[in-house]
Write a protein that binds this ligand. Sequence first.
Ligand SMILES: Nc1nc2c(ncn2[C@@H]2O[C@H](COP(=O)(O)OP(=O)(O)OP(=O)(O)O)[C@@H](O)[C@H]2O)c(=O)[nH]1
Ligand SMILES: [Mg+2]
Length: 477
Amino acid sequence: MPAKIPRLAIMGHPNAGKSSVVATLTENDLIAIDKRAGTTTESSVYPVIIDGRPVIEFIDTPGFQNPNAILEWFHAQGGKRELARAFVAAHRTDPLFTHDCALLEPVGEGAAIILVVDGSKRIKEKDRVEIELLRLTARPRMAILNNLTSQTRYMTQWHDALSKAFNSVREFNAHRATYGERIRLLQALKSIDQRWEPLVEEAIHAFEHDWQRRTDQAVTTIMDLLKESLTFKVSKTVKENKLVFKSGRDLVKAEVMTAFENGLRQLEVNAQEQIRANFRHHVWHMPPDSILGKDLLSEEVSHALGLSKRQLALVGMAAGAASGVTIDLSTAGHSLGAGALIGAATGGVLGFVGSKALAKLDIERAPGTQRFTAGPVHNPKFPFVLLDRIVLYSARAMNWSHGRQAAEEDAEDKVPEKVIRRGGFTEELSPQQQRDLARFFNAAKKGKSDREEECRAIIKWILHGLAVSEIDSRSDL
Ligand SMILES: Nc1nc2c(ncn2[C@@H]2O[C@H](COP(=O)(O)OP(=O)(O)OP(=O)(O)O)[C@@H](O)[C@H]2O)c(=O)[nH]1
Ligand SMILES: [Mg+2]
């Protein structure tokens, strides 16, 4: 016998945003949502499964077909209890009420109710019918105001009408809800019926634990990206006879540099894929001018993200002073080895980040061959840009509602985003945090792990802040 878990039936008019609410709460962006009414034609159960175990279930429904008739029947029962169950028993075989019975059945069997209304529209008679009908079921019930547009003039009326009939009334925007708001909604579910408290509490606990695990996983992905990018190199060995002419050399240089740059881009894409899967996204809308849609190595991205020149100079000095060595020993050792370093950064400038070369191109000579090596990244700003961009991506993955897939992003009256700011995260960190990051980057380049724990903690702190605040943050960048 499986353990009992909270079950919530989602009610409301066609197109009120019921499926969007379910998609957001269950992090399932594969649920059908459409701007046309009548998208959901049958009730379906969507469990939230954590560690292989369902912890809470939402039933997405098409809404009532005959609310007036049901209310009339309820009124005629003269104060009988268990009306939902009684209605189903009395109408099970009546084809006119097939859908209504499917809707009321889980309620009769103990599910609680979440009514979804669009609080930006005027209250109509049919809304009042539904509110009354749900009140009469006497089941634990909550109403959600899911506003589809920015119109707020009817909100007081809605609050008044709903609070008379529901144990809890909350604003919850299926398109804007962050993790923090989802948890707050679940917290409020506890209050709709005391008997629910332990069950809902357990579900919230599982949610929080799972979110923590996923955040940690994202931090690991980001740390791996930083380490791999900072040690990344591309080499190619070419026979000397292919390099007699300048054009031949230039060709090889260009090939190695392109492979290096593309390799870095690919590392970022791989990390993004992992984060996206980790937060269970299959689809999302990317504004055309998003910083996330631009080339990682473009001037525009390096301009928008990372530390300022001044901050960079400050952390650069601190990092240099700490190590006490200003010569890059790994390069020095290299050039004194079997092959001589001849092409360092001459003509081999790889991309630009904050007006400095991204990396060096080294050429080592051996008898009969030459080895061209691009990388590792040399530019001090790049790791900050890379970190900012992957944090931005994570912000989007964590805060982008799963119910937002069919949104009309260009609608003039859409509910406004909370706060959008074009900029990175690292420039807002404390000087100490910036210095810790700089030291970690310097160490990571050499395959060392100085300040790794501090860096991990900083990233975790940023991600945590993104998800629990009400601010939709920079996820629309
Ligand atoms: N702007 C905005 N639009 C929303 C929101 N929630 C839902 N919508 C839009 O409203 C429309 C209907 O959403 P659905 O979730 O399919 O509504 P439903 O109540 O399940 O509809 P049926 O299944 O047809 O009864 C879609 O175009 C959604 O994108 C919201 O919070 N904000
Ligand atoms: Mg639907």
